[in-house]
Design a binder for this molecule. Structure first.
Ligand SMILES: NC(=O)c1ccc[n+]([C@@H]2O[C@H](COP(=O)([O-])OP(=O)(O)OC[C@H]3O[C@@H](n4cnc5c(N)ncnc54)[C@H](O)[C@@H]3O)[C@@H](O)[C@H]2O)c1
Length: 363
């Protein structure tokens, strides 16, 4: 393998630490610089890494040592920071969603194509052994032709554990935009792109109360739907039923199930890299646990960035911009369907991302 790719991170908040731990263990990547609107937060984030420079955002963009920008800002800032990196001629990998709206995401993809740089986007959890083993089971025909899937995420809301949860209730947030990318990216990986959606959504409260950290007790406004359900009609004809809520105490429903003509699969939580994949064959009563046969083993957030760093020029990386755009388009179409009361055709499409062979991810 050649030299590692030099990474500059913009946004050193809650999720930064998970990326830092992965980058340290991914031989393809080396962290060289960080920046944040709050320079104190950036300094604190790399306190134990004196070789990593703390820069202003513009300085980081202009720094010739930075090959790829890792955008870990809040969703409302994703497009702005990604466009700055593209304008500086750098590849970019962004946290999800790719942008708060498809209009902004389209600007990002156009600018990247014009500049000849690559864009990748979370989630990369679906490159782990959970979703990848399930995908291989489908591709190997273990459940026959897939007919239907269910995907369920239900929590009371992230204000219970996140010290600055404002962005979860601002445009670009909500249970669908925040958690939908994991579930919909997994469904597209398993069943292919979505052609049409039918949605319904509700919002119960005008405000939420922060339950942790220095701002505990502070009320924040809610500008998004906090329970979203819908049906995704895949181009293949398979139907996925989606339930994404910040309104439930808990759920016992499986994260994702896929039902085919010859069997059913239980797919682990797509917010994690691994977990058991279960198969029930038609006519048999018990579920069997499939051995992990595909995906990055013991992976962490950052494998999608390493995938981008090692994808040959001219090829889309697995956690790529076209896939992320389609997932955002599906989510925006669901919300639009919920508000109009009619089915919405999803304008974009994408290839199913290339599978990941069974391999250790980290050193
Ligand atoms: N918190 C999680 O568990 C989690 C998990 C997976 C993905 N994510 C995603 O990661 C992203 C960041 O989430 P977080 O929880 O770390 O948020 P956070 O609010 O804790 O951190 C975001 C950081 O970005 C900085 N920032 C915002 N706008 C900026 C700008 N224009 N320029 C420079 N810095 C800017 C903020 O100052 C802050 O330090 C979000 O897109 C979120 O969806 C979060």
């Amino acid at each position: 393998m050649g030299q590692p790719v030099n990474v500059g991170v913009v946004g050193c908040g809650f999720i930064f630490g998970q990326y830092l731990r992965s980058i340290e263990r991914l031989p393809e990547l080396r962290l060289v610089a960080v920046a944040d609107l709050d320079p104190g937060r950036a300094r604190e984030a790399v306190r134990e890494h004196p070789d990593v420079e703390v820069l202003g955002v513009a300085e980081l963009m202009a720094d010739p040592r930075v090959d790829v920008v890792l955008n870990l800002t809040v969703p409302a800032a994703h497009a702005e920071i990604t466009l700055q990196a593209i304008a500086a001629g750098k590849d970019v990998y962004s946290e999800k969603p790719l942008a708060a709206t498809t209009a902004d995401a389209a600007r990002v993809l156009r600018a990247a194509a014009d500049a000849g740089v690559r864009v990748g986007c979370a989630p990369d959890t679906v490159l782990g052994t959970g979703t990848q083993t399930a995908r291989q089971a489908i591709d190997d025909g273990l459940i026959g032709r897939p007919v239907a899937a269910t995907a369920t995420m239900m929590t009371p809301g992230h204000e219970r554990w996140h010290p600055n949860p404002d962005f979860y209730y601002a445009p670009g947030g909500g249970p669908l935009m925040d958690m939908g990318p994991y579930y919909i990216t997994s469904l597209v990986t398993l069943l292919g792109p979505v052609a049409t959606v039918i949605g319904a959504a509700s919002r119960t409260r005008a405000g939420r109360t922060i339950a942790t950290g220095p701002r505990r007790g502070e009320e924040i406004p809610v500008a998004v739907d906090t329970h979203v359900t819908g049906v995704l009609v895949h181009a293949s004809g398979a139907l996925s039923t989606l339930v994404m809520g910040f309104e439930g105490a808990a759920t016992g429903a499986p994260s994702i199930e896929v039902h085919g003509e010859r069997g059913s699969l239980s797919v682990p939580d797509p917010n994690h890299f691994d977990g058991p994949v279960l198969l029930a064959r038609m006519g048999e009563e018990d579920w069997e646990t499939l051995p992990a046969t595909a995906g990055h083993v013991e992976a962490g957030r950052g494998v999608g960035l390493a995938d981008l760093a090692t994808t040959p020029a001219g090829q889309e990386s697995r956690a790529g911009g076209t896939l992320a755009y389609h997932v955002l388009d599906v989510m925006e179409s669901l919300l639009s369907s919920a508000h109009s009361g009619t089915a919405v055709t999803v304008a974009s499409t994408c290839e199913r991302p290339r599978p990941v062979t069974f391999r250790p991810a980290l050193r």
